[in-house]
Design a protein around this ligand. Structure first.
Ligand code: C2E
Ligand code: MG
Ligand code: MG
Length: 680
């Protein structure tokens, strides 16, 4: 089982029903056993007691018979006849020698223990009405046969034979034959009669019926509780799978039922895709209107999608305006067209608002495991597929438009790289795997070295040098960038100090400080303390901020920049022209250096119109008393143009690519008589 929801679902389904069934079966078995055993014991006790009294009489008769033999007095034998009881006298071979009445003994016989008797007594079952019989050393009533006989029309008279006039009680006689051993004289076998009146039988029958009825009621109660639990469980399952906002299906339902369906149906012929569809405007809509109104829109969207589904396709509201959809498809293009159509219909749901939707798509039939092998049908894991669909959707960014993105292997590799980077970052810092590269900045008029920018590289084990674009954005997201900025400042300050101590012709080196770091209120102090610890003069360190770092809190920004300047560090605005708030920032912040973005010198921007913009930007910077650096210059003509327009420095491949410390050291040339700090 792949997901927790499935496990929980199974738990709900199992619990109550099984309890009730087990309860019912156990109780039935136990009650059947108790009733049977109780009746057996109760009946046996009554029979034993009554037959024991009969035994005494028959025993007395046997003694009388023995006396008649001993005294050879036939008159004594006649006294036996007066007892009014059937009896037989057998010889040692069992042949009847004398008798009174008819011998109705049956074939079944056995020894039983009667109350008050030490030795077991031999008893014969009556062949005609033998409802009492010896079994396991006791006398027992054969209930089924007895009740059958009682309810039949057979022997009506016998059932009601003796009417005891004064008590008006009709007795029922159930016979059993008791044999008393006379040694050499054979045996005296007397007919013992268990007499019970009809009222006793009725009472006993009523008792048995009441007992059975009581048990029936208890069993019915258990059964009813089971049915009630079953109904309750059905309701629980339905709640477990219902989305409270749309009243449709929820995430859990999609995971459980979707996985089951896909395991059965997904194949090369039946291809399925999982889509994570986000109603992007949901939270904004809720803010502008109300959450209730937002939820109404979600209901409409859910119904709309549901109405467009075919057989075996599914939709569920995952929460907060996100929907999970399972669609069948033939090929990527037709799926894209169908999804585009679906999004189009959803966008048209409310003409008064501009709704947009973003979809991340995962092809279930193309899922692979960690090793890149195709996933077997029984291993389909919608949790992971759903996560990948979200990753695909997020890759569309946060623009204000609808879009569709398919999850592919590149995304998996990207995610694996992010994991790898985050896992190694701390070790890499401790092992000094990060390397400082220097890219020189040259004066375009004299082609002399005027400065440099420190750019990080990662000497990743087995992979070699990795450029910052592959890890800086990850560090910016996870906050590790502040460590990196500190690392770079310390290393650059240390390099500068060494070169100064060696009497090299040092130039200011700029270090990039990320926006995430710049919002720390004591950043200026942190930088000052780090540089002072190494003992590098502040004018040799410059701080670069990308344009996007000029966030809204201008006051805090102004505070940090002013402090940095006060401590003697130059501050530059990196990538000027690539963002959107640059002119405003220029107005408010006392920056020293303006770095024109490389895009000004690329492709279509580099034409006549581009030159006008660059020339005006340089003029603007100059008027604000700033030094101008042009980044990413690769063409000689551009160098000449920039020189003519008064650009102070050029940092581009035309002069030099970023290089290791040793190579940069060579570029510094011989010590110069004048300090290399550029003039303002
Ligand atoms: P950036 O600060 O704007 O750095 C300039 C980038 O432009 C560098 O890329 C440099 O190699 C490249 N470049 C310079 N001249 C040319 C040229 O003529 N042609 C071309 N094609 N490219 C040129 P790099 O080193 O890959 O750095 C990329 C970005 O990574 C940097 O942009 C900066 O934002 C960030 N970065 C690099 N090192 C650090 C660091 O130590 N800390 C922080 N926070 N960010 C860093
Ligand atoms: Mg920079
Ligand atoms: Mg730049």
């Amino acid at each position: 089982m792949s997901n927790k929801s499935e496990k929980k679902y199974r738990k709900i389904k199992k619990s109550h029903i099984w309890n009730s069934i087990v309860e019912f079966i156990l109780f039935s078995i136990v009650s059947a056993f108790v009733v049977e055993y109780g009746l057996y014991l109760f009946g046996s006790y009554i029979i034993d007691t009554k037959i024991a009294a009969e035994y005494e009489k028959i025993h007395y008769m046997s003694k009388l018979y023995e006396r008649s033999l001993a005294e050879e007095d036939e008159n004594i034998f006649f006294l036996l006849l007066d007892e009014g009881r059937d009896f037989l006298i057998t010889d040692q071979n069992g042949n009847i020698v004398r008798s009174n009445g008819v011998d109705t003994r049956g074939a079944e016989s056995g020894s039983v223990h009667l109350p008050g008797q030490d030795a077991p007594v031999l008893v014969y079952r009556d062949g005609k009405r033998g409802f009492i019989h010896p079994a396991k050393g006791r006398l027992t009533l054969d209930y089924p046969a007895f009740f059958r006989w009682m309810s039949s029309d057979e022997d009506l008279e016998e059932k009601e034979t003796e009417d005891i006039a004064d008590r008006n009680i009709r007795l029922i006689n159930l016979p059993v034959w008791i044999s008393i051993d006379l040694g050499q004289e054979g045996a005296f076998v007397g007919k013992a009669v268990f007499s019970t009146d009809k009222r006793d039988v009725t009472m006993f029958t009523t008792l048995v019926i009441s007992l059975i009825a009581l048990l029936g009621i208890i069993l019915c109660t258990i059964l009813f509780a089971g049915i009630r639990n079953f109904v309750r469980q059905k309701r629980m399952v339905s709640l477990f799978f219902t989305d409270v906002v749309t009243d449709g299906h929820n995430h859990t339902w999609l995971l459980v039922k979707g996985e089951r369906m896909l395991r059965k149906k997904c194949s090369a012929k039946n291809r399925f895709a999982l889509i994570n569809l986000q109603f992007v405007n949901y939270s904004t809509f809720c803010i502008c209107h109300s959450v209730k109104d937002g939820e109404k829109v979600l209901c409409t969207i859910y119904r709309q999608i549901n109405g467009l589904l075919k057989r075996d396709e599914m939709v569920a509201h995952l929460g907060s305006g996100e929907f999970g959809i399972i669609l069948k498809y033939m090929d990527d293009a037709s799926l894209r067209t169908r999804l585009g159509g679906l999004i189009g219909e959803l966008e048209a749901l409310d003409t008064a608002h501009k709704f947009y939707f973003r979809a991340g798509v995962v092809m279930i039939d193309r899922l692979t495991d960690k090793n890149g092998n195709p996933v077997q049908r029984k291993e389909i894991d919608l949790d992971t597929a759903g996560n990948n669909a979200v990753a695909a959707r997020l890759s569309l960014g946060s623009g204000e438009e609808s879009g569709i993105a398919f999850f592919d292997d590149k995304m998996v590799k990207e995610q694996q790289w992010i994991d790898q980077v985050q896992e190694r970052q701390q070790t890499a810092l401790e092992k000094e795997e990060f390397v400082v590269y220097y890219q020189p900045k040259y004066d375009p008029k004299t082609d002399t070295l005027r400065g440099a920018e420190a750019l990080i590289r990662w000497n990743y084990p087995n992979l070699g040098l990795i450029s910052p674009g592959r890890f800086i954005p990850i560090f910016e997201r996870n906050g590790f960038i502040t460590e990196i900025d500190h690392y770079m400042i310390r290393h650059v300050a240390a390099d500068q100090k060494t070169w100064l101590d060696q009497g090299k012709n040092c130039v200011p080196v700029s270090v990039n400080v990320s926006r995430a770091h710049f919002i720390e209120s004591d950043l200026a102090e942190q930088i000052r303390d780090m540089v002072d610890e190494i003992g590098t003069p502040h004018e040799y360190i410059e701080i670069e901020l990308t344009e996007s770092a000029f966030f809204d809190d201008k006051k805090a920004m102004l505070h940090t920049i002013s402090k940095l300047k006060e401590y003697g560090f130059a501050v530059s605005m990196d990538d000027f022209g690539s963002g959107y708030s640059s002119l405003n920032s220029l107005k408010d912040l006392p920056l020293d250096v303006l770095k024109l973005d490389a895009e000004f010198f690329r492709g279509e921007n580099a034409g006549r119109r581009g030159e006008i913009v660059v020339a005006e930007a340089i003029r603007l910077g100059k008027k604000l008393n700033m030094r101008i650096v042009a980044e990413g210059v690769e063409v000689r003509d551009q160098v000449d143009f920039l020189a003519d327009e008064g650009c102070d420095m050029i940092q581009g491949f035309i002069f030099a690519k970023p290089m290791p410390k040793d190579d940069f050291e060579k570029r510094m040339g011989a010590p110069a008589p004048q300090p290399a700090v550029p003039e303002a």
